[in-house]
Design a protein around this ligand. Structure first.
Ligand SMILES: [Zn+2]
Length: 187
């Protein structure tokens, strides 16, 4: 089975200037390097996305599709899965529901219990919990009262924690019991 890191699209978007590939963040190159390191360890890097605009507008759909293609090119991610619905549609694939993660698991034979969700909101945390993945959350005001396995300050630390935790279970072949650090919080 494969392992995966699921990551929210807006986190990657925040590192680049949408519309072109000019760099926004000084840590951009190290992020690309960390992604490549994880791929080298056998992880699939899968972006979870949803339309930022109402799907009734074809123009907006095209704009969205171009933006996610940009993510693929810039960050060398493997796949991008998009929920095409609106908030009001009450679909199973829009976060925090785990439909897209289950779809990925089915399509690419992913072991969710040893995979990770990186995010910065309670929806990401809930998604990870529902799908049975580790949650690695980046501190933000969108994390409210929710369960998370690991809390970090930035994306670079998030990828580093994925490597640290996965290194443990690859060595022992057993899923480690969190908390690994004092950063695990329940609230
Ligand atoms: Zn959906």
């Amino acid at each position: 089975m494969n392992l995966a890191v699921f990551i929210d699209s807006k986190i990657l978007f925040s590192l680049i200037d949408e519309g072109n590939t000019s760099l926004k963040s000084p840590g951009f190159e190290s992020i690309v390097s960390l992604i490549n390191n994880l791929k080298g360890l056998g992880f699939l890097i899968i972006v979870i996305s949803h339309y930022k605009y109402r799907v009734s507008s074809l123009e907006m759909q095209i704009r969205h599709n171009n933006e996610v293609k940009l993510l693929k090119n810039v960050f060398n991610v493997d796949f991008i899965l998009t929920c095409p619905h609106d908030n009001d549609d009450d679909c199973y694939c829009r976060k925090p529901r785990p439909g897209l993660v289950y779809e990925a698991a089915h399509r690419w034979d992913i072991d969710l219990s040893h995979s990770f969700v990186i995010g910065d909101s309670w929806e990401d945390a809930k998604l990870a919990e529902s799908a049975g993945c580790f949650s690695v959350l980046i501190q933000s005001s969108r994390i409210v009262r929710c369960h998370r396995d690991i809390l970090v300050t930035d994306l670079e630390s998030a990828f580093s924690m994925v490597m640290k935790v996965s290194g443990l279970f690859m060595k022992t072949k057993v899923k480690p019991q969190l908390p690994l650090t004092s950063q695990r919080l329940e609230c």
